[in-house]
Design a protein around this ligand. Sequence first.
Ligand code: ADP
Length: 348
Amino acid sequence: MVKSAVKVVVRTRPTASFASKNLQIDLDQKTIEAFIPKDNTQGLINNQQEHWKFQFDEILHNSSQEDVYDICGREVVHSVSEGYNGTILAYGQTGAGKTYTMLGGQQAYKFRGVIPRAISQLFHEVQSKPELSYVIRVSYAEIYNELIYDLISPTPPSDQSGSIMIQDDPKYGITLRGLSQSIVNTEEEALNQLFEGETNRTIAAHLLNKNSTRSHCVYTVHLESRSRVESSEKVTISKLNLVDLAGSERTKKTGSEGLTLTEANYINKSLSYLEQVVIALSERGREHVPYRQSKLTYMLKDSIGGNSKTLMVANIWPEPNHMEETISTLRFATRMMRVSNEATINVE
Ligand code: ADP
């Protein structure tokens, strides 16, 4: 079987009304079986099956933020500290827990999400290598309707032309011209930039009347390190992209006309291009990977596949009234693993 370019983990949002009639989770086998009664198939795409069986790299059910980080973050961040690029993406319908997974809950320190923990680990790892000198920069971009916005140094609302351009530089890889990168000397400074970006995102959403669940957010930590001992001037550049994707719910649910439909179309397209890129990467011998079809995939071009570690957390909301979206998410996640999405699935 083809090896996937992406590790896929499913995380369930905790709920008191778990869809126990519809979902069976086997944590040992890492499988999820979904049952849709015949009389409940309205709205599902033609010929949907009534019984699905999915298998994933990992299933996180009632898992703490710490456990989620151990599975989803630690290895990717370590490889970034070693000089490779890495990407962690959160996918799922609005409300399924993407932001909770990436940023975390506000209530207490122990609820912090993947991004604050990744920042912390990265600083610890580089600081534990006295033979290295390093510079860490962060950037925070929002992709909304295929335009890129800077969340750390936002342009004024009067100039929302989205003038940030992606360049594929032979030396530096993918760079975003016009997107600010702030040098951060401590974990706290990196976190402050993150929170400032979040605040700017909320303000811009309000000013421009755009729904913040309808954009992709990419917080990137850029690591530049050089050896203090070797005489060579060799600089290693790596980056970690932490991506909170736009809600994956389908168009008919989000509304009908105008902006909403435009937003939904952009989201559907970019998520489907993301899938196409991952599939192309997983197919041996396939030369052309269609990165340039969307801003998201182009931006992640040098951080998905190859030597880069890529992980996707598929967030599901396992309540009976979200079964349609849950199955849609599980199918997408399965396709990202580059395995057939028929009823019974085995992974290499
Ligand atoms: P999304 O980003 O996918 O739209 P959110 O992360 O905003 O969803 O989650 C929706 C709500 O559910 C929030 O109030 C969040 O705090 C809560 N939530 C999601 N996942 C969890 C979890 N694993 N544990 C506790 N609360 C959660």
